[in-house]
Design a protein around this ligand. Structure first.
Ligand SMILES: C[S@@+](CC[C@H](N)C(=O)[O-])C[C@H]1O[C@@H](n2cnc3c(N)ncnc32)[C@H](O)[C@@H]1O
Length: 283
């Protein structure tokens, strides 16, 4: 694991226990990703094989996909041991079989070439520091004809937070998220054929700004607001940023927008249709 990941790993380690309770957005996105998989996965692909869940967290992906892919072996991969332990305990409780966990960095996969048929990844690839080489690594691990099916976050994510904090200091408070067009280019460069690439905006509602930040912290995304800030933000600046965010309150709630990007791509054989990013409305 590279040093660049240490803060991400620590954040998700701390988040493991509170993650499931706070992960409404992640669950909703994973469910939507699963519905898309139903649409694109050809029936021969469902028979047997191996699925890699890259950035598997507490194992929600496997719980969604087990019934859809009963003959597949599942490999859950995550950087945070606490997330993997949570997933393992959950499997033991529910008696799920055919699933193994591996603690590893999805940016440096310790997996053999062409050893999986399907890569599933929900809301993990936005953490990749080098998305292009990460996609190339996933391409290497996929068998010819295999599918990469993932969700990630786009540049419109947390736009309210970014706009509220931007005027108060010179630090960047929201991650740089990769655009759908850039993702498409990186996929093609990594050797993939893009089958579908869609985006939608999901708007979550919070009681207050602290709630927005608590939600982020619980899913391990704390660095989103801390990146580049030396020590705590001054009280005055904090109050100013909160006041900026408060101007967006509607019907008693503060909105936080997540731009979610859903991608299906294939390795080599077939699947040459080039999708176009589609905008859909708020949900
Ligand atoms: C927001 S959670 C999503 C978890 C799960 N996919 C879900 O839908 O519930 C992101 C997960 O990605 C993992 N992660 C982040 N960067 C990673 C990396 N470089 N390698 C492996 N896992 C990583 C985190 O530890 C965390 O469990």
């Amino acid at each position: 694991m590279s040093m660049a990941h240490s803060p991400v790993r620590r954040a998700f380690e701390r988040a493991a226990a509170s993650y499931d309770a706070a992960a409404d957005l992640q669950r909703e996105v994973a469910r939507r990703l699963a519905l898309r998989l139903d649409r694109v996965l050809p029936s021969p692909g469902r028979e047997s094989g191996r699925l890699l869940d890259a950035g598997s967290g507490t194992g929600f992906g496997a719980s969604l996909l087990r019934a859809r892919l009963p003959a597949h072996d599942f490999l859950e991969l995550d950087l945070a041991p606490a997330m993997l332990k949570f997933a393992r305990d959950r499997r033991a409780e529910s008696g799920v079989e055919g699933c193994a966990g591996i603690c590893a960095d999805l940016e440096a996969l310790p997996l053999a070439e062409a050893c999986v048929d399907l890569v599933w990844s929900s809301l993990a690839l936005q953490w990749a520091v080098r998305l292009g080489s990460t996609l190339a690594g996933l391409h290497r691990c996929l068998a010819p004809g295999g599918l990469l099916h993932f969700s990630t976050l786009g540049p419109g994510t947390l736009s309210e937070l970014a706009a509220s904090f931007a005027p108060v200091d010179r630090y960047r408070h929201v991650n740089r998220f990769t655009s759908p067009e850039e993702i498409r280019g990186l996929l093609v460069r990594a050797g993939f054929s893009v089958i579908e690439l869609e985006q939608e905006k999901l708007v979550m509602e919070y009681e207050d700004v602290a709630g927005v930040l608590r939600g982020l912290k619980a899913i391990g995304a704390r660095r989103v607001v801390e990146e580049g800030v030396p020590g705590l933000m001054g009280k005055h600046r904090w109050a100013q940023a909160v006041a900026n965010y408060e101007t967006r309150r509607r019907d008693g709630k503060l909105p936080a927008t997540y731009e979610v990007i859903y991608v299906t791509a294939s390795k080599g054989v077939g699947g040459t249709a080039q999708g176009h990013p589609r905008e859909s409305g708020h949900v």
